[in-house]
Ligand binder design. Structure first.
Ligand SMILES: CC(C)=CCC/C(C)=C/CC/C(C)=C/COP(=O)(O)OP(=O)(O)O
Length: 267
């Protein structure tokens, strides 16, 4: 009884202190230039679970909690657009148990975050699911449609959930759409410009600003077919060794400070 009271009191104090520290750190960051568009390759969920002797699914569930946490940090900093790699087309090659668990998680969490009073509503965030949606199970497609509809009027920021996504597929579809448009013009020669393709790239279709920072967690230094078109000009690509479910403000802060230092030094 006394012990449980002490634990509860300690956890209350710890929460208060960490909230105060978080507010102070966010204030420091907000005094510098803030990126408009940040993307994450949320890597390391399974290694996080294995290290704790947990089922793989637990790693993905904790990964979702990290997404919530990071999205809230971004919203409090006034980042306009957050894009995350939630499921690669390639991920369909994982075991049926893992794919099913990820699909169930997506269905459940899409309903949860788009609910009135939850995170997206609270910060005015529009949800866009980008990728080959027709590959998703019918129940997940329905959850996607509902979540997109529920948040369609939100206009302060956007969350692009890439699922199931591959950048080469995104670029191929954009080129195909540009060629189709060009064929409708009354000319013998087909000309496709970078700008023609750009407007059909999935993040552009939903009105995302240029990508400022792309972060990959878990120590792996690869892009894994994510935002190759969007990230090839002025994007700062940052790698951190932290597993995604552990990623928080203290890990994000040095990456943001590095971004701010580079912006200041190029001004
Ligand atoms: C709404 C929704 C679906 C939320 C997202 C949950 C989430 C964070 C999904 C990411 C899934 C994924 C393939 C992560 C990569 O880590 P990994 O599994 O490759 O881990 P590893 O690198 O340790 O093997």
């Amino acid at each position: 009884m006394i012990r449980s009271f002490i634990y509860r009191a300690l956890s209350w104090v710890q929460n208060k202190v960490s909230k105060k520290l978080q507010n102070a750190l966010l204030k420091v960051l907000a005094s510098g230039p803030i990126p408009q568009h940040v993307a994450f390759v949320m890597d390391g969920n399974r290694r996080y679970a294995r290290r704790r002797h947990q089922a793989v699914f637990q790693g993905h569930a904790q990964g979702f909690e990290a997404l919530r946490r990071v999205l809230e940090i971004c919203m409090r900093l006034n980042v306009r657009c957050v894009t995350v790699y939630a499921f690669a087309i390639e991920n369909f090659k994982r075991s049926p148990e893992e794919v099913d668990a990820l699909m169930e998680l997506a269905e459940e969490k899409l309903a949860e975050i788009s609910r009135h009073g939850d995170l997206l509503d609270q910060y005015g965030v529009r949800l866009n699911v980008l990728g080959k949606k027709e590959l998703l199970p019918a129940s997940v497609q329905a959850a996607v449609r509902k979540a997109e509809e529920m948040t369609a009027k939100n206009n302060k920021a956007m969350l692009n959930l890439c699922m199931p996504y591959a950048s080469r597929d995104d670029m191929t579809s954009a080129i195909e759409a540009s060629v189709r448009e060009a064929l409708q013009e009354d000319s013998d020669v087909i000309t496709i410009t970078e700008e023609d393709v750009e407007v059909h790239i999935m993040t552009s279709v939903v009105g995302s600003p240029p990508l400022d920072i792309l972060v990959r967690t878990s120590g792996v230094k690869r892009l894994s077919d994510f935002l190759l078109w969007q990230g090839c000009e002025d994007t700062q690509i940052q790698f951190t060794s932290v597993y995604w479910p552990d990623f928080g403000l203290l890990d994000f802060m040095p990456l943001l400070l590095d971004y701010q230092r580079k912006i200041w030094s190029s001004a």
